[in-house]
Design a protein around this ligand. Structure first.
Ligand code: PHE
Length: 458
């Protein structure tokens, strides 16, 4: 059998996994949620969750991948036949997410092109966004371009594609984030926004804050969808698993925090301190921010840099989604990388069309007020992901026992400093919270009233 491809270094693995984790969720969703759920309080809750819950789950997934050397379907089957369904469900998640994520990736390219061609005024105009996503040809075209770029990297393979691209894009992303955040914080009137973002507001704190933070953390760290299992399967035994996971978390959380510093102060200054401007939901990035860029000196350039950075973040995430799907076909049916990639590209292209057209020609199709894209998002993130994570915890905590994962973590040099934390999380804390998230998300999505368990997903 051909030897499985590997990341060439720890840095390669960390950059690629961080590339997966840092995505639209960090840049668009995190700042908005933080603003909505109590600023500093949300930040604190998120941080605690990331280093406990997120840490335990990510360690588990990477270790499962590295131990079995397989992507999700094969990996769960190899661990315990009765849990094969977990691998299958986990693999469904990227198959659902990849097409619609690429639709949004296409919107980002469109905005990047608009900004680099001097169209900041146009992009700031009322109705620009809704007109664009409501049309048919243009969003489909940019969606295909985005997916084409992703496919090229995946066809190039783990070392020459995924690792190389991540090692170039991720550092540029950090630099751009820092530059824009500094710029944003120095606009007159921005300091109020910084304060609002960082200071805790206890009156905005509730059980929803925890559930919102937990859901966000899941999505943001690309957990429960086989991605970290797949990337773990490309990780060498001599790479220290625990410290790699810590670095990925730091990266992901750091960029999310900086994204808040980029967006919140600028929007605050622009809206004269009106916090409702922050709750523009999906429109924040595509409607409010272009107006903000238009109103500031050098806004065109800053806007172009901003969308370039968002594009890099979205691309590295899409690459991880596609790589995960491709590796499933390669493992399962012994297909060659190129053939599997072309097949997945075609499949996702077809699957993405309804999501793209769901804001225009197909806008008549909706369920419980959700567009086609929202439905995909709901099923994958709010239903499948908690289920997969729950059963992963049960498998590791009670069926296999945590030692299996602990031994894998210790394979490099015998150390695992977060071992006790890991055990408690996987066996007790995580399963309980996962059930809570599932119930709360489903009830909210389907508009069922469960009192305090309801929380509005954004
Ligand atoms: N983690 C990515 C983000 O924060 C989202 C993502 C989800 C990436 C699923 C890959 C797969 O945006």
């Amino acid at each position: 059998m051909k030897e499985r491809s590997n990341f060439t270094s720890k840095m390669g693995f960390v950059m690629a996994a961080a590339g997966s984790a840092v995505g639209l969720g960090n840049i668009w969703r995190f700042p908005y949620l933080a603003a909505k759920y109590g600023g500093g309080t949300f930040l604190l809750v998120y941080l605690i969750l990331a280093v406990t819950f997120g840490f335990a789950l990510m360690i588990t997934e990477v270790a499962i991948g590295r131990k079995t050397g397989l992507s999700a379907i094969g990996a769960f089957q190899a661990l315990d036949k009765r849990f094969s369904f977990v691998g299958i469900l986990a693999s469904l998640v990227p198959i659902i997410i990849f097409p619609y994520y690429s639709v949004i990736g296409g919107w980002v390219i469109k905005y990047l092109v608009t900004f680099t061609t001097g169209g900041v005024r146009d992009a700031a105009g009322d109705g620009y966004f809704s007109e664009f996503i409501g049309s048919t040809g243009s969003p489909l075209l940019w969606f295909a371009v985005f997916m084409g770029l992703t496919a090229i990297v995946v066809i190039l393979g783990v070392e020459k594609g995924v690792e190389k691209v991540s090692k170039i894009m991720m550092p540029i992303l950090i630099v751009l984030t820092i530059i824009i955040a500094i710029y944003s914080c120095t606009i007159p009137g921005a300091m109020e926004g910084v304060k609002y973002y960082i200071m805790p507001h206890m009156k905005d704190f509730s059980a929803s804050t925890i559930i919102a933070a937990m859901g966000q953390m899941f999505y943001s760290m690309s957990l429960a969808m086989g991605i970290m299992v797949t990337y773990g399967s490309y990780m060498k035994k001599d790479t220290h698993l625990e410290s790699s996971v810590r670095q990925i978390e730091l990266f992901d959380t750091g960029i999310a925090f900086m994204a808040g510093l980029m967006i919140i102060p600028a929007v605050f200054a622009f809206s004269g301190g009106d916090r409702s401007a922050l709750s523009a939901g999906p429109g924040l990035m595509f409607i409010t921010l272009p107006k903000v860029f238009d109103s500031m000196p050098m806004g065109g350039v800053i806007g172009a840099c901003f969308f370039l950075l968002v594009l890099f973040a979205a691309l590295t995430s899409a690459i991880s989604l596609m790589e995960t799907i491709v590796s499933i076909f390669m493992d399962k049916f012994h297909w060659k990388r190129k053939g599997a990639s072309i097949f997945v590209f075609g499949l996702a292209l077809v699957l993405g069309i309804p999501s793209s057209m769901g804001f225009g020609a197909l806008s008549g199709i909706s369920w419980k007020g959700m567009s086609i894209l929202d439905i995909m998002d709901f099923v994958s993130n709010n239903v499948l992901m908690p289920i997969v994570a729950f059963f992963t915890c049960v498998l590791v905590g009670f069926v296999l026992k945590t030692k299996v994962i602990e031994d894998e973590v210790k394979a490099t040099d015998g150390t695992f400093s977060g071992q006790n934390l890991f055990r408690i999380m996987i066996k007790w804390v995580a399963p309980v919270f996962l059930i809570l998230i599932l119930v709360s998300y489903v009830a909210t999505g389907l508009k069922i009233d469960l009192g305090p368990l309801n929380f509005l997903k954004v």
